[in-house]
Design a protein around this ligand. Structure first.
Ligand code: PHE
Length: 462
């Protein structure tokens, strides 16, 4: 396997991994989940989950990839033979289907709204109600949803077909800086608005009465989703690193950039929402119903609306490629398919798997199952399954594998490899024996126990 492609540089990997982490989770989901769950209070719990559970698992996932140079199924096989552990990798491949099938629909909406912004459509929306009607009307047409899903999906396939260096790395190196610049422009304009301090205080002044067990459930699920954990995406990206590359510092940087961008997106969005006197608890429609008219009504609104949906599209593309890459790497490593063949086969399978989600807003809107007393369409079910079940479950097994099967000593020894010219602080922290203990505690006890409790709560057993 010596001809396996690798990232051309450390920065290339970090931007690709940050590209995977920073996605719809940061710009579409985080603001509405925070909005519905008390703003700053949610942010606080979420930060704890990122630091105590997300970060150690992120290290382990990248390390599993770097050590084995394999896709998630192959990685477990390489370390533990042909045992049941390979099914944890298999769970990742399954999750990659599930996530992409709703992700690509939202990605398609983002592309569609970028075009609508370009045409100036949002100027005619007087209120979010009108915008919501427009959204529902468009979605009632299956050809519209499937069409934009197709355009979005085609972009991902083209990038994946071009390979690691010329595809994923090149796209991330170009798109991630653009994303950051656009976001900074939006944050800046948000802060200049009258009453922007109301949005800021919603995001940064916690109302503790809003916190309950459900907040933990959501925060933990979202921590996995936003860091792309629990399904082998980071493992797969890590498998294109060499032993010389530093995992610890890369993990710090990726988690930091991801969190920073979620918070900045929160600032950009809530300053606009509050300065227009709207309610932040709009749910998943926040970005597509509430934001277009509010942005369009600002001075220079045409350009801000366009920038916002461009931002959303870029974030979605760089994440979606990492989701598809998991399945593609699986076929390339395990079945020895060429990248082209693997991409076309997996691409077609996932593309069609997403169709029921696309039809959830029109022809299949009445096909629902009851989840926790709510009627869920295919789209809702895929989202729920991924964030609340598959990713935490994958994370649980990865923590158990690292903590008990591979072993903390071995994990830390491997983590410390290849960090010689490191300029950051990560490894020095890990080298001390007390921090090794802390790492062991987090990965052996805290992560699995918390994830387990969240499951019990979710199924109504506690
Ligand atoms: N992290 C991505 C986001 O925040 C989603 C994702 C989940 C990507 C799992 C890869 C794997 O949007």
């Amino acid at each position: 396997m010596s001809n396996r492609e690798q990232w051309s540089s450390k920065t290339g990997f970090i931007l690709a991994a940050a590209g995977s982490a920073v996605g719809l989770g940061n710009i579409w989901k985080f603001p509405y989940i925070a909005g519905e769950n008390g703003g700053a209070a949610f942010l606080f719990i979420y930060l704890i989950c990122i630091l105590m559970i997300g970060l150690p698992i992120l290290n382990v996932e990248i390390l599993l990839g770097r050590t084995t140079q394999k896709n998630p199924v192959g990685a477990f096989k390489a370390l533990h033979g042909d045992s049941h552990w390979k099914y944890v990798g298999g769970l990742g491949v399954l999750a990659s289907f599930t996530i992409l099938s709703f992700y690509s629909i939202v990605g398609g909406w983002s592309v569609a709204y970028t075009f609508e912004a370009l045409r100036g459509t949002f100027h005619s929306f007087e209120t979010p109600q009108v915008a919501a009607e427009f959204f529902n009307l468009k979605n009632s047409n299956p050809a519209w949803v499937v069409g934009y899903h197709t355009i979005f999906f085609a972009m991902i396939v083209v990038i994946i077909l071009s390979g690691i260096k010329a595809g994923i790395e090149k796209a991330s190196k170009f798109l991630m800086p653009v994303l950051f610049i656009i976001l900074m422009v939006l944050v800046f304009q948000g802060l200049m608005l009258p009453d922007s301090d109301k949005g800021m205080s919603f995001l940064f002044n916690p109302d503790w009465s809003k916190i309950n067990a459900k907040t933990f459930l959501l925060a933990l699920g979202h921590a996995f989703f936003t860091l792309s954990l629990g399904m082998g995406a980071m493992m797969t990206y890590g498998s294109y690193l060499s032993d010389k590359d530093d995992v610890v510092n890369a993990s710090y940087l990726v988690a930091f950039l991801d969190t920073l961008i979620a918070i900045l997106a929160g600032v950009a969005i809530f300053t606009v929402v509050f300065s227009s006197g709207y309610d932040p608890t709009a749910g998943p429609g926040l970005v597509f119903h509430v934001l277009p008219p509010l942005l369009a009504q600002l001075p220079g609104g045409y350009i801000f609306a366009l920038l916002f949906f461009l931002l959303l599209t870029i974030a979605a593309v760089t994440s979606a490629i990492s989701i598809l890459e998991v399945s593609v790497a699986y076929l390339v490593d395990e079945m020895r398919y060429s990248r082209k063949k693997a991409t076309l086969i997996m691409g077609a399978l996932v593309y069609f798997a997403a169709i029921p989600c696309a039809l959830s807003f029109n022809v299949l809107q009445d096909v629902t199952i009851l989840v926790q007393g709510k009627a869920f369409t295919f789209f809702d079910t895929a989202d729920y399954l991924a964030s609340n079940i598959l990713l935490p479950l994958g994370g649980f097994f990865i923590a158990i594998f690292a903590g008990y099967v591979w072993g903390v000593d071995e994990v830390v020894k491997n983590l410390l490899k290849g960090n010689s010219e490191s300029v950051y602080f990560g490894n020095t922290i890990l080298e001390s024996s007390s921090s090794k203990k802390v790492f062991g505690l987090l990965i052996r006890y805290l992560s699995p126990i918390l994830i387990f409790l969240v499951f019990l709560y979710q199924f109504g057993w506690i």
